[in-house]
Design a protein around this ligand. Structure first.
Ligand SMILES: [Mg+2]
Length: 236
């Protein structure tokens, strides 16, 4: 069987949370409240909980990563009580312009994959609610069931993603994420194009680029200009 890497196509890696829906949905806040409650349930006082939550998030890119490393916790229980309890159906809704954007990617030129720090249950639920699920060929998620799971921005997470998608050449990877740390991590691994989605920033600085330098966009539509090589041609 031909290796997927050898078909020469690009692979678009899309972060999910706060990238495929607006941060105005306040899901991060709702997650934060649940994570805080979880820390408190471990016996921490309020201030300690806030401090540790922020420390782990900063240090590991994911509060749960620190919890698993430094406390005896069941990551799947954490996921059920945090992400799993979010009333997502009331918080996000499909955006036809995002669906159109992804549909306009020429699948003979690029494959679309999700790259998320969430567990697959949350990621799939979000994609389902946003009505984007069918446009994704694959999903690389944090495997909370594995006590040694990795997550963005750890380099191992990105290299494992390449293996899972059958990609040998990192320059074929086009990546967008709302976390600058994650974008910088992918750049260090020579991913072809690493785009920081900075929603609401006054102006994106999306310009043509042949290097893997960081590009900032304020709206996903700008990807049409940043990655013109993967979109269906608009003339005729
Ligand atoms: Mg995100």
């Amino acid at each position: 069987m031909a290796n997927a890497t050898e078909d020469g196509r690009y692979i678009v890696w899309l972060d999910i949370d706060n990238t495929l829906y607006s941060s105005n949905a306040k899901i991060a806040d709702a997650m934060g409240q649940r994570i805080h409650a979880y820390f408190v349930s471990l016996g921490l006082r309020d201030e300690e909980a806030s401090e540790l939550h922020s420390k782990y998030y900063t240090q590991y890119g994911l509060a749960l990563r620190g919890l698993v490393r430094h406390h005896e916790i069941d990551a799947l229980d954490f996921d059920r009580r945090c992400d799993g309890s979010l009333p997502l159906e009331d918080m996000i809704k499909p955006d036809p312009s995002i669906r159109q954007l992804l549909e306009d990617i020429d699948t003979s030129k690029a494959r679309i994959w999700g790259l998320t720090n969430a567990y697959h249950t949350h990621a799939r639920r979000v994609l389902h609610i946003l009505q984007l699920e069918d446009l994704f060929e694959g999903l690389v998620y944090c495997n909370y069931a594995d006590p040694n799971f990795t997550c963005k921005p750890e380099p191992e997470f990105f290299t494992t993603a390449l293996t899972k998608a059958g990609v040998a050449d990192p320059s074929k990877c086009l990546f967008v994420d709302d976390s600058r740390n994650n974008v910088q991590a992918a750049r260090r691994l020579d991913w072809g194009s690493c785009v920081h989605f900075c929603e609401g920033s006054e102006k994106g600085i999306a310009t043509s680029s042949n290097e893997n330098r960081e590009i900032t966009i304020s709206c996903l539509e700008e990807l049409r200009n940043v990655w013109p090589q993967i979109f269906k041609s608009t003339d005729k």
